[in-house]
Design a protein around this ligand. Structure first.
Ligand SMILES: CC(C)(COP(=O)(O)OP(=O)(O)OC[C@H]1O[C@@H](n2cnc3c(N)ncnc32)[C@H](O)[C@@H]1OP(=O)(O)O)[C@@H](O)C(=O)NCCC(=O)NCCS
Length: 187
């Protein structure tokens, strides 16, 4: 199995250890963005999930780094489900590194990891009804809106929907990223 994928802008690779993950989460989750607000509770949660997944899990939490410089700019989580032929991805880029295309490419690389290493038929992502920026990114990489849970999440002082996006294996097979991606570690 490959766990390191490199595109034109970013490389994804598993977090080195719990300390690196905790340092990243401490910066990222004090204020994720206007939609999600204060997410400090996720720091311990992320570390706990990392421990569980080292022992027996399928989920990989990838650090996203700039190609060339190796600067850590975010993370992308990839979760095949134990009892399904579907999985999900989730991306978070540090606020000062957003709007440079890193989020979109990190998602595309995570899709390569998911479809190349697991017999998945589809990969899903979820965002909030008031988070157009995230929806634009998901649509830009070829994911399609597939459904919504209304009034599902507290956000910005009210309730908003959770919107589900999906890409099928045959649609991923047609994406240009497959020709560009470099698999495996290269220093
Ligand atoms: C949502 C999130 C992951 C998007 O990450 P990002 O790196 O800022 O987003 P992208 O890589 O998609 O950036 C694309 C934007 O940069 C622009 N861009 C600049 N250079 C680019 C390049 N080389 N390639 C692609 N887009 C580029 C695009 O035009 C696009 O602008 P637009 O959104 O106005 O259309 C990020 O904002 C984030 O982490 N938010 C907080 C956590 C969160 O909400 N995560 C999603 C959970 S649902």
């Amino acid at each position: 199995m490959y766990t390191t994928y490199t595109g034109q802008l970013v490389r994804i690779r598993p977090f080195r250890d719990e300390t690196e993950l905790r340092e990243f989460c401490t910066v990222q989750f004090s204020m994720l963005n206007a939609q999600f607000g204060d997410c400090r509770w996720r720091i311990d949660d992320a570390v706990e999930r990392y421990r569980l997944n080292l022992a027996s899990g399928l989920e990989t939490c990838f650090a996203v780094e700039q190609v060339g410089k190796g600067k850590h700019v975010g993370w992308v989580n990839a979760r095949p489900q134990r009892d399904q032929l579907a999985g999900s991805i989730g991306t978070e880029i540090l606020s000062e590194q957003r709007s440079r295309g890193y989020g979109r490419e990190a998602k595309l690389l995570a899709l390569c990891h998911m479809f190349e290493n697991f017999p998945l038929h589809s990969v899903w992502a979820v965002t909030l009804g008031n988070h157009r920026r995230s929806a634009r990114g998901l649509e830009a990489i070829g994911m399609q809106r597939c459904g919504c849970q209304r009034v599902a999440q507290y956000s910005q002082g009210g309730h908003t929907a959770r919107i589900y996006y999906r890409i099928m294996r045959e649609d991923w097979e047609r994406l240009p990223i497959r020709e560009i991606v470099r698999r495996g570690h290269r220093s």
